[in-house]
Design a protein around this ligand. Sequence first.
Ligand code: ADP
Length: 466
Amino acid sequence: MRLKQIYNHKNTLSFRLTLWYAVIFTMTSLLALSIYYYRISQITMENTDDELIEEYREFAAIMVHEGTEGLMSEFDTEIIEEAEENLYFRLMSLDGEILKSSDMTDFKGVTVSAEALAALKNNEEYVIETLTIPGLEFDLQAIYGAITPTIIFNMGISLEDNYEYLSIFRNLIILLLIPLFFIAAFIGWFLARHALKGVAEVTQTAIEISKGSIDKRVEVKRRSHEIDTLANTFNSMLDRIQTLIKGMREMNDNVAHDLRSPLTRIRGIAEMTLVGKGSMEDYSEMAANTIEECDKLIEIINTMMDITETEAGVSPFKSEPLDIVELILSACDLFDPIAKEKDIQLLTVLPESLLISGDKSKMQRLITNLLENAIKYNKQGGTVTISVRKDNQLVNIQVEDTGVGIPEDELPQIFERFYRCDRSRSLAGIGLGLSLAKAIVKAFNGDIRVKSALDQGSSFHVTLPA
Ligand code: ADP
């Protein structure tokens, strides 16, 4: 990747994830290697101490087997020869007076440790010290050990080898970190790309949609829970937007088609009254007709808005506990005078009460629309029966009438906006009541069906989740 490309990518999530991964991975490796290094340095020092203790014990053993003389001769012959530039041996009295010593030219600054001698006097078997001697490049590790009550063995060893060994190790760690960072960045980049693949697909779909392909959807491929949730949420958001657009388009068509006629009528009434040079009564009649047509227009517009909003789910429904029986009974009270005018009997088959969770005003509109139709399209002296029952987790509401009925070929259309059956056009209505009823039922995840027999009556059956 060239520098310019990296610069362009630096604000992307995958770049940041890669960088985070690489940094965290490298830091963790550094921490692990540091712990390892610390442990190694401890072990190296412990080995040096063991070496010193072993030497001291060997001398103590010679003392036991060969006595002071054997010890002295051993020191003269072997030990002094054995001493090298990074090693010295000394024998001293309890007061620190040197009895015998290897060549100390390379260890000029080395003195006798008063603390060590004091500790030995206090019956310590041996004392190990780390000495930093001015003029010596490396520290020394020294042991003081009593081999007889009066003779002290002292041996010092330069830590040069240890430091060199550890510095090789340190350099190796630093060298390792560089390729480790790049390997981690590569793995991080791969993981980030893999994890964000779904996001990239959602983005791609969003780009295509913004260019006009509103029908496109993100494929749900069971990638990971988060991405699938994102894809599902995105798709359902698109569904809603599409429904809203569809609703708005339909509304446009409907406005053009169905609002034109009442407006034309209003204009006609006004024109005729003006041209006719009418009396005061004519003007009053014109005003009354205009108000009536305007009310109808307002009702059409309001109902269309309600349908579109309900279908698109833009205004959230309340989910409150409500007694459907109580709601039906008050609707019956409301329609009772109208039913009586047509000598229609309103019958109910209801339980004592039935609680459901829903939006009260929407439920009222659903029930009144069905009840109003059952009375309006009924015959003189007919009956309307409204019944409710609960089956498992479903609430069934049935509105049955003994009216004019609906021709079979028109049944599928009655839920469409502005559809009115031929034989009912003479009656008042705007053809939106059932569209709204269906939109409400759907919004509650329910279902509405109709059965009808011509001249015998119709039965509307609503099923809602309890
Ligand atoms: P509106 O009643 O205002 O015309 P609706 O959407 O409520 O509009 O009904 C659409 C059409 O379905 C009505 O015009 C009518 O022809 C028919 N319809 C609805 N309910 C009944 C019914 N109970 N009996 C007979 N026809 C009905």
